[in-house]
Design a protein around this ligand. Structure first.
Ligand code: URA
Length: 432
């Protein structure tokens, strides 16, 4: 008999639970023996009381033990490196990092997730491509990573099933943005998938779960501690999410931008983050290179076309077409023009993310179908100077009414003023 009420009550009152108590609760939940309402109450108690490092580790460990683990490193006979982002607006980083790292000779096998609220998910973006298979049997996934160099798939049902359940519950009980719960959710998936070295992109700002650098540092430290305790190397990048990353926000639009970045034609902030993350992954890999050499190699495969060639091989290996003309296109494209002149002092990430969701690019309920063609392209970003009538952004919509609504939302997301321009880099800090 699981003592759920007692454990919830003790957490509510600020007590520390033991590893076996947390294991009992989480594994009981995963088996369907503890109902959603009790886990929801437990998550809310954690939200207010927090968890000690020992509790966070025990939670992570219990979540991993709720399902199977994969050792991609053993299957490939190579050191496996992986990356994960805490989620943001316009965050298409894995789509560009994967082909670059793979073109440099480091296997990239990633299990990704779907969008949540105003943040987009890699799987939703990939499903813009006709024929693309996000569900591969484990042996096909490993074979593709070995033979092609990379694969991005959905998390298999057997990998950390407790996270899948808990995440869905947290999403609808206002308990997503808690450091220990996020750290355990992300790290359980990374550890269960066998990565030996992990680059974590911790987003900070208006469009992220962590709104301040201090909160983001706490999350980064919690995830690093979990990784180290499990014997893995972890590097955390703290990156700006006060404005959307790059220009495109919306599924097919983001794919086009991710691919352009592989040709060296991506937006400056996105390109900088991608190249930095690649350099760090290469430096952690078994290539035996340092950070500078990693950066040089990442830039070289962009310049010589091999990163884009890897994109095509990867997409086709997973059943998709690499013909960009086959991507869905929205019937209405409306320009958003500045109604005053000045410097772009801020561009609200969450406002642009929500405009994209309202256009249909994201889900408002779990059952919603995504419209892969629609979204927003921000042509002007923080620090740019604009004149009245300049095009700030484009709205890609299903119809004129949706376009008009999004136009107003995107215009309101831009704050123009006298400056000075905010020249903050996308990369705010590195931990580890
Ligand atoms: N991403 C995850 O995988 N889990 C969280 O809890 C938050 C972001």
């Amino acid at each position: 008999m699981i003592r759920a009420v007692e454990l919830i009550q003790r957490k509510r009152d600020g007590e520390e639970l033991s590893a076996s108590e947390l294991s009992e609760l989480i594994l009981g939940y995963a088996r369907g023996e503890v109902p959603d309402y009790q886990l929801a109450a437990f998550c809310m108690a954690v939200f207010f009381r927090g968890m000690t490092p020992a509790e966070t580790y025990a939670l992570t460990d219990a979540m991993i033990r709720s399902g199977e683990t994969v050792d991609l490193g053993v299957a490939l006979g190579r050191k496996v490196v992986d990356k994960h982002s805490t989620g943001g607006v316009g965050d298409k980083t894995s789509l560009s990092v994967g082909p670059i790292v793979a073109a440099c000779g480091v296997p990239f096998g990633k299990m990704s997730g779907r969008g949540l609220g105003h943040t987009g998910g890699t799987l939703d973006k990939l499903e813009s491509i006709s024929g693309f298979q996000i569900e591969l049997p484990l042996d096909a996934f490993v074979t593709q990573v070995r033979e092609v160099g990379m694969a991005i798939v959905g998390q298999t049902a057997d990998l950390v099933p407790a996270d899948k359940l808990l995440y869905g519950l947290r999403d609808v009980t206002a308990t997503v943005d808690q450091v220990s719960l996020i750290a355990a959710s992300i790290m359980s998936k990374k550890l269960a998938a066998g990565a030996q070295a992990i680059v974590l992109d911790v987003k900070v700002g208006d469009g992220a779960f962590m709104k301040t650098l201090d909160e983001a540092r706490l999350l980064a430290e919690a995830m690093r501690a979990l990784g180290e305790q499990a014997g893995r190397e972890v590097v955390c990048l703290l990156t700006d999410m006060d404005q959307p990353l790059g220009g495109a926000v919306g599924n097919a639009l983001e794919l086009v931008e991710a691919r352009a970045t592989l040709r060296g034609e991506g937006p400056a902030d996105f390109t900088e983050l991608v190249l930095d993350a690649c350099a760090r992954l290469l430096a952690l890999s078994d290539l035996g290179v340092d950070l500078d050499e990693g950066r040089r190699r990442a830039e070289a495969v962009v310049a010589d076309g091999s990163a884009e060639a890897m994109w095509c091989s990867w997409i086709e290996a997973q059943g998709g077409t690499s013909d960009e003309a086959a991507l869905p296109v929205a019937p209405v494209v409306r320009e958003v023009r500045a109604t005053s002149g000045g410097v772009v002092e801020s561009l609200g990430a969450i406002a642009v993310g929500m405009a994209a969701v309202h256009l249909g690019a994201g889900r408002q309920t779990k059952a919603d179908e995504i419209d892969h063609a629609v979204g927003v392209v921000c042509l002007r970003k923080r620090g740019d100077t604009v004149a009245v009538g300049d095009v700030l952004a484009e709205v890609h919509a299903r119809d004129e009414a949706a376009a008009a609504g999004a136009e107003a939302e995107v215009l309101a997301a831009y704050a123009l003023g006298d400056g000075p321009a905010d020249t903050r880099s996308v990369l705010l800090d590195v931990i580890g």
